[in-house]
Design a protein around this ligand. Structure first.
Ligand code: CA
Length: 231
């Protein structure tokens, strides 16, 4: 799999292991150790995925991820060192796609990278497959419009809503939605709940009178077409 990865990590031995493991899989890794360098690189573009350490000499990975989401929706994997950092990755709306807790095996990280890149490329749906009326999928631009207005979605939210819109009324389990979003199995299932909550809020802002995402207790979520109106 060829891919360009930006690694932001100030611990040199860790960075070297990650670079080596990615290179073994044919992925090119550009390594920086500062938030400022990372932002400059990310703004220049050309990366398929970013791997972010949390604690960095001139800032932290969370703020970096937030800033990144202002201009890019490439997938982000966090390297976290402490449980409270994991809680922040999972619980906050910072638009991360996955995390790996330190200490980690580079092989595990590479498996996550590959899974996310595969998902992002595999779930291509024709635009007409989206729920007609309420939502429209613009796959080339990786965005979904609600009533003609583009929703400001994180990558995971985009992939979850895209999966649900491709099969309206189907009840998706959290595991299926995690899969659709390219979240690794080890991610907590409640991260899906967090993404769903964010999606509901964004849909409510765009179309206040409908609440198309249904919760199925103990099962998962589905997207209802009951409220559909032509644009
Ligand atoms: Ca660090």
């Amino acid at each position: 799999m060829t891919a360009a990865i930006l690694l932001v990590e100030d611990d040199r031995p860790i960075a070297e292991n990650v670079i080596l493991a990615l290179a073994r899989e044919g992925m090119h890794c550009h390594h920086v150790s500062l938030v400022s360098e990372a932002l400059a690189r990310l703004r220049a573009g050309g990366f398929d995925l970013a791997i972010l350490d949390v604690g960095l000499p001139d800032g932290n990975g969370f703020d970096l991820c937030r800033a990144l989401r202002g201009f890019s929706d490439i997938p982000v994997i966090f390297l976290t060192a402490r449980a409270d950092e994991i809680d922040r990755v999972v619980g906050l709306e910072i638009g991360a796609d996955d995390y790996v807790a330190k200490p980690f095996s580079p092989r595990e990280l590479v498996a996550r990278v590959k899974a996310i890149l595969r998902r992002g490329r595999a779930v291509a749906l024709p635009a007409e497959a989206a729920t007609p009326g309420l939502l429209a999928l613009d796959d080339e631009r990786a965005r979904i419009t609600c009533r003609g207005r583009p929703l400001d979605l994180s990558r995971a939210e985009y992939l979850i809503l895209k999966a649900m819109a491709s099969r309206p009324e189907k009840v998706f389990s959290r595991a299926e939605l995690m899969d659709a979003a390219g979240l690794a199995e080890a991610s907590l299932e409640r991260s899906v709940d967090t993404h769903i909550k964010a999606l509901r809020a964004k849909l409510a802002a765009a179309a206040p009178e409908v609440d198309p995402i249904r919760t199925h207790r103990g099962l998962g979520y589905s997207l209802s077409v009951e409220h559909d109106h032509p644009l």
